[in-house]
Write a protein that binds this ligand. Structure first.
Ligand code: G1P
Length: 348
């Protein structure tokens, strides 16, 4: 069994965060999203892992996965998930494989999908009941068998969304070879799976246990951060001075918390500095981030982001790498903003 993680996407719904970096390297609860995919595969016994990257995402993904035993496959053009699988044909050979979308998070891992696959079926699709299935692939089941699959239907036939893990026999590669691009011009994995069904092959759905998150939009990132922080094991390795830490808090090595209040669950990354500040529940600070004389909760500050002397508490916010929010002294009393394309600011 091999594993194929897709990490070539543009992450357009997460702009501006994804203007400079691919989505799977954004940190939730202190770690790049793609780490959780690799860990889940390894934990399920899948040790030969390929990662599909694009010319734009390759460098960052490789940096984020440094030290992990993975191989890289280059998808030159973003032509859809099925296209990414076709590009990885050389890596996959004639082995069955787990296809894992690099922006998906599964609380309880992926073992149940592999177990179902061992019953001798052609494909297993992870499914999850959602309130609004229109933004996902949607499955129609008869018993355990999937009889129909639709990509982002306007009028969903069920509430069973396709979560981003699939297990396939190499048969799917043959179907992909004959695939035509969809209306949005992509080779859809959903169409490939429908192709398996149409050939009379057995495709089964297995519902996800525990929570599942597709980190497509900013609020999904914050929610994923919250869910992962809920499982945090407290550990203080950095320096804590004149501060109150309540609940589950991680202070990573080299981090400094001085004269501050931290209410967990919260993650304070390597070399981060928190001074005269309040860090509230469900907050993650990336390596080298700084929160000085300010308050923040239910937020993500990425590497080297800065929050300094800001009077009002920051909430439900994501600061990208090196982003700065500071108060301004002197006259005129005005906001001064230098915002990249598609940035968002909500002033209270
Ligand atoms: C993709 C798949 C979709 C699936 C979703 C899960 O969509 O095409 O079928 O439900 O991932 O994350 P995307 O998020 O790439 O638009």
């Amino acid at each position: 069994m091999k594993g194929l993680i897709l990490a070539a996407g543009r992450g357009t719904r997460l702009r501006p965060l994804t203007h400079t970096r691919p989505k799977p390297v954004i940190r939730v609860a202190g770690r790049p999203i793609i780490h959780y995919a690799v860990e889940n595969l390894l934990e399920a016994g899948v040790e030969e892992i390929g990662v599909v990257v694009s010319p734009e995402t390759g460098k960052d993904i490789q940096e984020a996965l440094a030290g992990y035993p993975v191989r890289y496959v280059l998808q030159e053009e973003p032509q859809g998930l099925a296209h990414a699988v076709a590009v990885a044909r050389g890596f996959l050979g004639d082995s069955p494989f787990v296809l894992y979308l690099g922006d998906n998070l599964f609380q309880k891992g992926i073992r149940p999908f592999l177990e179902a696959f061992r019953q001798g079926v052609s494909a297993v699709i992870a499914l999850v009941r959602v309130e609004d299935p229109r933004q996902f692939g949607v499955a129609v089941l008869e018993g355990k068998r999937i009889v129909r699959l639709l990509e982002k239907p306007k009028d969903p036939p069920s509430d069973l969304a396709v979560a981003g893990v699939y297990v396939f026999t190499p048969e799917v590669l043959e179907v992909i070879q004959d695939l035509k691009p969809s209306a949005r011009g992509e080779y859809e994995i959903t169409d490939a799976i429908q192709g398996l069904i149409d050939r009379g092959l057995e495709v089964v759905g297995v519902e996800v246990e525990g929570w599942w998150k597709d980190t497509g939009r900013p609020r999904d990132l914050l929610d994923a951060n919250r869910l992962l922080l809920e499982e945090l094991l407290p550990k203080v390795e950095g320096e804590v001075e004149g501060s109150a830490l309540t609940g589950r808090v991680v202070v990573a090595p080299g981090a400094r918390v001085v004269g501050s209040t931290v209410i967990g669950p919260a993650f304070i990354g390597e070399g981060a500095v928190v001074e005269g500040a309040y860090i509230g529940p469900f907050t993650s600070l990336g390596p080298g981030a700084r929160v000085m004389r300010s308050e923040v909760e239910y937020s993500i500050l990425e590497d080297y982001a800065v929050l300094e002397d800001v009077a009002l508490r920051l909430q439900e916010s994501i600061l990208g790498v090196g982003a700065k929010v500071q108060s301004r002294h002197g006259l005129p009393r005005a906001h001064r903003l230098i915002l990249g394309d598609l940035s968002q600011v909500e002033l209270a």
